[in-house]
Structures are given as structure tokens and as C-alpha cells.
Design a protein around this ligand. Structure first.
Ligand SMILES: CC(=O)N[C@H]1[C@@H](OP(=O)(O)OP(=O)(O)OC[C@H]2O[C@@H](n3ccc(=O)[nH]c3=O)[C@H](O)[C@@H]2O)O[C@H](CO)[C@@H](O)[C@@H]1O
Ligand SMILES: C=C(OP(=O)(O)O)C(=O)O
Length: 446
């Protein structure tokens, strides 16, 4: 909210939000109910998946985030007719063409890589620029390519774009050397219309993968085994339109659960699937946070005297790497030494320097952050280097004494719907301001 109580118009991740900063006045307790939006990591796969159908696909419970808008534009770029209103999107893929999607929009997000699998499955050819997304260390797509090649595609990398072409796609047995969410989904997208059976071994098991399999099945695909590490797909020649509602975002929910564990006085997190959050809630209970789970809600009350904890991020159902940065912030308030190890990414600790600026006693050793607590946090000017670093800094700001200024808001807008509005409704003091010309220059040069 602005100081005058208004919420400035959000550009939702266009270049405009590069010009914004979030201001957080810390120390205000959170109380009330927060509604969780649809899952970003499902939405960004379901939108490309829609082009595999021959008729209209309707998707509900979409999060209002910039990644969704960017993907809708990418579909329009290849000729799809897209009607996007609030949390609903209808995609009519009848007139789409296998147009190249070089750099530009594809660089704005990670999930543009799903256009590779979807266009390969639909047209047996595609030319897509390499994806963007959070910079968390190397994020290769070799397993995606291994899968496309096994299905019969010739894949080349020319001037930063991946060119895929196949005379025909034939089912194959594909063992993933690394458990990868993106590769599992991308291979599913390419394989649903291939001839014969595809078996993905060592597949990822994230709930978002099940959501993608659900929409594909509604379109007429034959998929078995999602949610286990062996997925079997029997190719079909046609896929039809369908309607689908996206699962709740377990990472958005986890972020607010952690914020509530830090500052909450009776916070209810609504519209969630508690099972998807078990690795987080088990850790929080170990730390002494009071949590009760219902069917689609969770009740959280912060407790004084949090205990330290050791956390290792793992593939689902292990502790999600996307919640590693937010929980590091909470651990600054726990008594003793905590160690957080990220086994998924080599470089997901860019929030640590910013936390140190705010007074945290944290250092990074290899793939681990060592946190000594509790340390009081003080408001400071900090920069969100990526999406969850941004969420982590917002939580730090809520806990800190004074005002925290957060730049890099465009990263946050990629993945959080109405972040300020949702927190303000709980009693937080957080608002968005335009950067001054000098501040824009400083951000650019930092
Ligand atoms: C849009 C989306 O859904 N993003 C999520 C997805 O990213 P993304 O799909 O990029 O993540 P992956 O599961 O593919 O990556 C997991 C690990 O495997 C490695 N790897 C991956 C593919 C590959 O071909 N080769 C390879 O070595 C990656 O570098 C990483 O170390 O899953 C991540 C892990 O849960 C989450 O952090 C991201 O929020
Ligand atoms: C890493 C993330 O996103 P992406 O893969 O889209 O960069 C995330 O959602 O935390």
C-alpha cells in the first residue's frame, strides 16, 4: 500500500516492475486468513500443454503472475487465440503455426522450455531460445534433450536457440540421469502423441507433474505412473480440448506459512493441499512452531523460543529447494546453529549477503548456509536477486526493526500473486514505490 493507503497499479512483471521497490515496515504481527493461488509451476506447464489439443482448452485457478502473462503472449506469438481474464484462460490452438520463438519473451522465464516439448509433440519441429528464470547456478537442459532425441528428434543448438526436428516421434525408454521436474514434464509433452509406448525412468514426482498428467489425460492422453518414478505413456494420435483447474501453489503457501511462523498470531492458510507441505511442516514443528492442519487449510501460530534445525533440500517429497531461501530467514530467529544445505542448486544463496546487511549472522560454506541465532534484524536496502530470494527478503522485512527497501521486484512478480495485498490483509505494512531516476541507475549498476 502507498503511504496514502492506495495500492499502486502493478505492471505484473513487465519491464515496469524493474522500476519498483517494495517497502516493508517490520514488527507488525500477522493475523487472519490468506487465500493461496494456483500453482505457478503447474500453470507454466499447463499453458504450453494446451497447444497439443485440437480444440479449446480452459484453465481455471491460474495465478495472476507475470510468468503466466508471458506464456500467454508466447502462445499468441505462434497464432493461438488466448482469452485471459483474472484466474481463467481459454486457449484455442486451432490456428497455431510452428513459428520460431527466439530470444525475447522466452528469456523472461524458465518454463518457456515447455514450448520445446509441446511444439515438438504437436508439429514435430520447434525452434526455441534457451530459457531464462532464476539464476541459481547452472541449469542445464541436457536431460530434456536426451529425452527428445530418444523419441527420434534431431536437436541442435544454434546461436542460443534449440532447433528440434523429427520425421516421426516413436516411444522410447528414457532413464533420467538427474531427477528433473522440467525434463519429466517436457518428455511427457513430446511423448503423448508419439507412436507407441514411452517409459520415463527416474522421473520426478512433484505434485505439479501430476497436474500436467491430469490435463493431458483429460485431453485424451494415456499416462500411467505419475507420482512414482516410472511414468508410462502410450501415444495417441489426437488430443481434444478440455477444462482444468490448477492445484494450489505449495510454494506460495509455504512462503506464507514461514511468514506466519515468524510473525503470526493465528494465521489461517486457506486453499491448500496440506500433504504437499509435509516436509516443511515437519521441520517447523521440530523448530517449535504451532501448526494444525485441516482438510484444505492450515493454522499457524508463531512461538517464542524457536529451536535451530538442519535442513537439506531434496526432490519431492523432500524439503523443496524453492522454500530454502524463505526458511533460512526464519532460522535467523532460532536459538543455536542451523545448517541449510541445498542439494539441488549450486548457487541458491544470493539472499545471504542481503540478510547479513540486515544483521543476520549467516555464512555460506559450499552448498550450505550456516546460521547462528537468534539475531535481531534491522531494516536495510536490499536487492532480490531471484524469485524466492525476494520472498525471503520480504519475510526478513516483516520481522525487522524499521523499514526494509527491496529492489528486484520483477523477480517477485514472476511468482507471487498480489503479494503486498495478501500481506496487508493480514496486518503487515508493505507497499510498492517507484524508484527514483538515481535509484534506477544504482540498481542497474549493482
Ligand atoms: C518452472 C519450474 O517448474 N521450476 C521448478 C523446476 O525447475 P527445473 O525444471 O529447472 O528444475 P529441475 O528439476 O529440472 O532441476 C533439478 C536439478 O537437475 C539439474 N538438471 C535439470 C535438467 C537437466 O536437463 N539437467 C540437469 O542437470 C538442475 O541443474 C538442477 O540441479 O524444478 C525446480 C526443482 O524443484 C524448482 O526449483 C523450480 O521452481
Ligand atoms: C526457481 C523457481 O522458478 P523458475 O524455475 O521458474 O526459475 C522458483 O519458482 O522458485
Amino acid at each position: 500500500m502507498g503511504r496514502n493507503g492506495t495500492i499502486p497499479q502493478r505492471d505484473n512483471g513487465g519491464s515496469e516492475s524493474l522500476m519498483d521497490k517494495l517497502m516493508v515496515e517490520g514488527g507488525h504481527p500477522l493475523q487472519g486468513k490468506i487465500h493461496i493461488s494456483g500453482a505457478k509451476n503447474s500453470a507454466v506447464a499447463l499453458i504450453p500443454a494446451a497447444i497439443l489439443a485440437d480444440s479449446e482448452v480452459s484453465i481455471d485457478n491460474l495465478p495472476k503472475i507475470s510468468d503466466v502473462e508471458t506464456l500467454a503472449h508466447l502462445l499468441e506469438d505462434i497464432g493461438a487465440s488466448v482469452v485471459h481474464e483474472g484466474t481463467h484462460m481459454s486457449i484455442n490452438p486451432r490456428n497455431i503455426m510452428p513459428m520460431p520463438l527466439p530470444n525475447g519473451r522466452v528469456k523472461k522465464l524458465r518454463a518457456s522450455y515447455y514450448m520445446m516439448g509441446a511444439m515438438l509433440g504437436k508439429f514435430k519441429k520447434a525452434a526455441i531460445g534457451l530459457p531464462g528464470g532464476c539464476n541459481l547456478g547452472p541449469r542445464p537442459i541436457d536431460q530434456h534433450i536426451k529425452g527428445f532425441e530418444a523419441l527420434g528428434a534431431k536437436v541442435t543448438n544454434e546461436q542460443g536457440s534449440i532447433f528440434l526436428r523429427a520425421d516421426k516421434l516413436t516411444g522410447a525408454r528414457i532413464y533420467l540421469d538427474v531427477v528433473s521436474v522440467g525434463a519429466t514434464i517436457n518428455i511427457m509433452l513430446a511423448a503423448v502423441k508419439a507412436e507407441g509406448r514411452t517409459i520415463i525412468e527416474n522421473a520426478a514426482k512433484e505434485p505439479e507433474i501430476i497436474d500436467v498428467a491430469t490435463i493431458l489425460t483429460s485431453m485424451g492422453a494415456k499416462i500411467k505412473g505419475v507420482g512414482t518414478n516410472v511414468i508410462r505413456i502410450d501415444g495417441v494420435s489426437e488430443l481434444k480440448g478440455c477444462t482444468h483447474s490448477i492445484i494450489p501453489d505449495r510454494i506460495e503457501a509455504g512462503t506464507y506459512i514461514i511468514a506466519a511462523a515468524a510473525m503470526g498470531q493465528e494465521v489461517i492458510i486457506d486453499n491448500i493441499i496440506p500433504d504437499h507441505l509435509e516436509s516443511l511442516t515437519a521441520k517447523l514443528k521440530e523448530m517449535g512452531v504451532h501448526i494444525e492442519a485441516g482438510d484444505d487449510q492450515m493454522y499457524i501460530h508463531s512461538s517464542p523460543g524457536l529451536k535451530s534445525a538442519d535442513i537439506k533440500t531434496l526432490v519431492y517429497p523432500g524439503f523443496a529447494t524453492d522454500l530454502q531461501q524463505p526458511i533460512t530467514v526464519l532460522l535467523t530467529q532460532a536459538k543455536g546453529t542451523s545448517m541449510v544445505t541445498d542439494t539441488i542448486y549450486t548457487s541458491r544463496f544470493k539472499h545471504i549477503d542481503e540478510l547479513s546487511r540486515m544483521g543476520a549472522d549467516v555464512k555460506v560454506e559450499g552448498r550450505s548456509a550456516i546460521i547462528h541465532g537468534p539475531t535481531p534484524l534491522e531494516g536495510a536496502s536490499v536487492k532480490a536477486s531471484d524469485l524466492r530470494a525476494g520472498a525471503a527478503l520480504v519475510i526478513a522485512g516483516l520481522m525487522a526493526k524499521g523499514v526494509t527497501e527491496i529492489t528486484g521486484v520483477e523477480h517477485i512478480d514472476r511468482g507471487y500473486e498480489d503479494l503486498e495485498e495478501k500481506l496487508v490483509a493480514l496486518g503487515a505494512k508493505i507497499w510498492r514505490e517507484r524508484l527514483t531516476t538515481d535509484e534506477v541507475e544504482q540498481v542497474k549498476s549493482s
